[in-house]
Design a protein around this ligand. Sequence first.
Ligand code: B12
Ligand code: SF4
Length: 467
Amino acid sequence: MHLINCMARVLLVSSNVTEEPMPVYPLGLAVVAAALTAQGHQVEQFDFLVADLSLDLLRDRIRTFAPDYVGIGIRNLDNCDSLTRTSYPTLAKQMVEVTRETPGIRVILGGSGFSLAPVELLALTGADHGVVGEGERAVCRLIQELESGRVPPPLLRDPELLDRDSMAAPLFSTELVAFYRERSGMINLQTKRGCPEHCVYCNYPQLEGSRVRPMEPRAVVDALERAVREHRADHFFFTDAIFNDREGHYLAVVEEILRRDLAVSWCCYLRPQGLGRKELALMIRAGLHAVELGTDGACDTTLQAMGKNLTFAEVLEVTAACAAEYLPCAHFVMFGGPGETPETVAEGLANLERLDRSVVFAFSGMRILPGTPLQALALRAGLITPGTSLLEPAYYFAPGLDVEAMNREIARAFHHRRDRVFPPEEGRRRQQTLIRMGYRGLLWDTLLRWRPAALPAIPNGTAHANP
Ligand code: B12
Ligand code: SF4
């Protein structure tokens, strides 16, 4: 893209105030900030959580910075917990109202939450434009169009997925890094986009595409190194949908970290399949200190009904490899979805008992996200209608299943085990206790009773080990 003549002032605002399971750095916003800055625009970043949820501080920033455009990032629609429901989009509406107090500002929405229900969110908030999906190129084009006096449609989506040279590295803000290091002990980075799997409930392929698009390993590690050097960050979360892609691109990133001998520690999502001690050991040498496993189903019947392309035997194998390498791991498992019956609940709970030396988080029901195969299943089962807005959380429960009985069974099986968490509210309660005790980071790793062999020291006084 050519550099535009007109430089605009753009205020990027993160509307995410979720602190569970931890506050997360607004990475998408930082990526968009980098792309706009590279185009010559003057960009400032404002985080509503850092600003203590103060609309007055937003008002002040708009007054002092006098932006031409305000870009509001909507990351989450809700917390995906059927037992304690939340909904966040009204916050973005209030922010749009604040910008409207100053005439002439154009408001652009974007982010993963926004991209799930763009039409509804544009209508709800009254914003001028929205960018669906990847933002870095689309938002530059949108502003270029507007600056040239053209009138683009309200909703834009980049017609093509970005390639490895056009995915931007984040522009971290010193103020925000300091806040998130203090509050959650880590910041985040992405090494690739896309997921080729077809899990029925999941919208990641919709958000990022179904082709794995790795970033240049050197560029990823440059960003990591910059964050260490410029912001004293030392602990990271790689936000890839699946870090251990089948083609093994992740190993190139790991090797690049090792080659530069960076003293960082990090965690990521791993697919519990095709992963042995050799790969884990290499990652641990490069700083991996804990993993979140996308297990999702507790027995083969439900794994298959979810389209996971995964067996419970494979889950057991990877869990054993993690345990052998003293790598803390956590499983996230949903009950009540397609194919669930009282028999599969019993089988699943018995299977989970076999997951040694790992934490298990269980969830009741599956959030129905727009555009997923689960939405079609729910329509067919009469759980929702074509007119149901999925902006407010709706959950899939297998027709005929006694949900209360299932929840009781899970609670009973998890009772008295500190490495088993259900209902999710229980996780929040424990999280608050650990935070009060001064812990930061993933926190669930503190629920394991054994101490990992090569536990990295987390400077700034926070810990990731057992209390
Ligand atoms: C990694 C991840 C996590 C990690 C984060 C770790 C960390 N330290 O960062 C963990 C496990 C902690 C987590 C937790 C949660 N997550 Co999460 N997470 C993700 C994931 C996989 C990637 C997010 C990411 O960083 N992407 C990389 C960045 C670069 O991409 P991006 O943010 O989408 O930004 C791009 C565009 O959206 C756009 N863009 C972004 N902002 C803006 C702003 C403007 C103005 C514009 C124009 C464009 C734009 O441009 C960017 C660059 O292309 C997404 C799913 C996905 N594939 O996107 C879910 C996702 C964001 N999470 C989701 C949810 C619900 C949650 C939780 C509430 C779950 C829970 N109950 O615990 C919590 C909330 C945490 C919090 N404090 O906000 C949902 C949100 C939507 C929804 N259903 O409400 C998603 C989409 C997954 C899903 N199933 O739908 N999450
Ligand atoms: S659940 Fe994980 S593996 Fe399945 S489609 Fe989503 S990101 Fe891919």
